[in-house]
Write a protein that binds this ligand. Structure first.
Ligand code: GLA
Length: 390
């Protein structure tokens, strides 16, 4: 009888744990994170302002949800091992901030690290996983980004699994974002551990750095799906290191990749152009499509590539990419684009006459009198089309 009771308890813990994980991040998480723009310059005031700006700028309405404080909010542990927030920068404590973010109808995220110290040498989570998870749950944390600095010879899967167990035991649904930079190939094991995992080192706000990340995502499409996403790192849109054309490309590619969309710019001071990029709901809809398929590259002609993303309801998106430094004229055959598939035998079901084709940056349906079209593509630009069922 005792054994039976134990079995029920264990089974119910397991069942709750899986249910918790799988009910979260059904589509790639969207939000804002402090690191790319503000680095260690975080404070209660800044985070509150960003939460306000998230609402006032239209970002919330476009689907952005999580406000995440990255590194540097923490300074020490007390005699009981409890993590302590910087009192000068966060005078009312983290729970107060979480409550404020929640009062705006948003969710609240925080950062820690699987090693003994964070990347900025603040106290890490190693050895305190269950305690920290309980603290985060008490504060009302909804999202945890967990880094990989100062992890010495720790095993990545074991370390991240310990924190996952801590989060499950704490009982609050918390999106678990692994930031292990792809070193131990998390796409092969992290589906059971967290909801998203970084696949590369840190993004830099430059064209070549951004496009280099794209190249590392090429073979990872099959590992992503609802509740478990490849994370090519946060967005740099609006931080000033790329042209508007390049930011449009960056944003479009991240959406084609079903990447988590964590804006990393100053939401209070956004140019109209940057706002239009980050809140292009037609492009965002590709990222957030419920089928949850990551896009794949179907044509690689050196500087010219075509990426395809399968969408729910047998719809598809196609992204033409000019990676080159020169303008290009490309002849596009929409019939070929629509039928492009990572599975040759599945392509027959798509008939162009069943679809209209929409340009998602021009916000216009194309008037096609034949299947082909000559398109001029500026350097570093994209064209993104959606095949929409008639
Ligand atoms: C690592 C992560 C970054 C950021 C910094 C903070 O470099 O990959 O995204 O969180 O640490 O120190």
């Amino acid at each position: 009888m005792k054994k039976f009771f134990l079995l029920i308890v264990v089974a119910s813990i397991f069942f709750n744990a899986s249910a918790q994980k799988f009910d979260l991040a059904k589509t790639p998480p969207m939000g804002w994170n402090s690191w790319n723009k503000f680095a260690c310059n975080v404070s209660e005031k800044l985070i509150m302002e960003m939460a306000d700006a998230m609402v006032n700028s239209g970002m919330k309405a476009a689907g952005y949800e999580y406000i995440v404080i990255d590194d540097c909010w923490q300074v020490a542990r007390d005699e009981n091992g409890e993590i302590i927030a910087d009192k000068d920068r966060f005078p009312h404590g983290i729970k107060y901030l979480a409550d404020y973010v929640h009062s705006k109808g948003l969710k609240f995220g925080i950062y820690s690290c699987a090693g003994t110290k964070t990347c900025q040498e603040r106290p890490g989570g190693r050895g305190h996983e269950f305690q920290d998870a309980r603290t985060y749950a008490r504060w009302g944390v909804d999202y945890l980004k967990y880094d990989w600095c100062n992890a010495s010879t720790q095993d990545a899967k074991a370390s991240y699994s310990t924190m996952r167990d801590g989060l499950y035991a704490a009982g609050r649904p918390i999106v678990f974002s692994l930031c292990e930079w792809g070193t131990a190939k998390p796409w092969e094991w992290a589906k059971e551990v967290g909801h998203l995992w970084r696949t590369t080192g840190d993004i830099v706000d430059r064209w070549d750095a951004m496009i280099a990340i794209l190249d590392l995502e090429r073979d990872l499409a099959k590992y992503a799906g609802p509740g478990h996403w490849n994370d090519p790192d946060m967005l740099e849109v609006g931080n000033g290191g790329m042209t508007m054309e390049e930011y449009k490309t960056h944003f479009s590619l991240w959406c084609m990749l079903a990447a988590p969309l964590m804006a990393g710019n100053d939401l209070q001071n956004m140019s109209q152009e940057n706002k239009e990029i980050l809140t292009n709901t037609e492009i965002i809809a590709l990222d957030q499509d419920p089928l949850g398929k990551q896009g794949f590259c179907t044509r690689d002609n050196g500087d010219y590539e075509i990426w395809i993303k399968k969408l729910a309801n047998n719809e598809k998106a196609a992204c033409l990419l000019n990676r080159g430094d020169d303008e290009k004229d490309v002849q596009v055959d929409f019939n070929v684009l629509l039928k492009a598939s990572d599975n040759y035998w599945a392509s027959d079901q798509y008939k162009l006459e069943d679809y209209k084709v929409r340009d998602l940056w021009e916000h216009k349906d194309l008037k096609l009198d034949k299947n082909t079209m000559l398109i001029k593509m500026p350097p570093h630009s994209v064209k993104v089309f959606r095949f929409i069922k008639k």
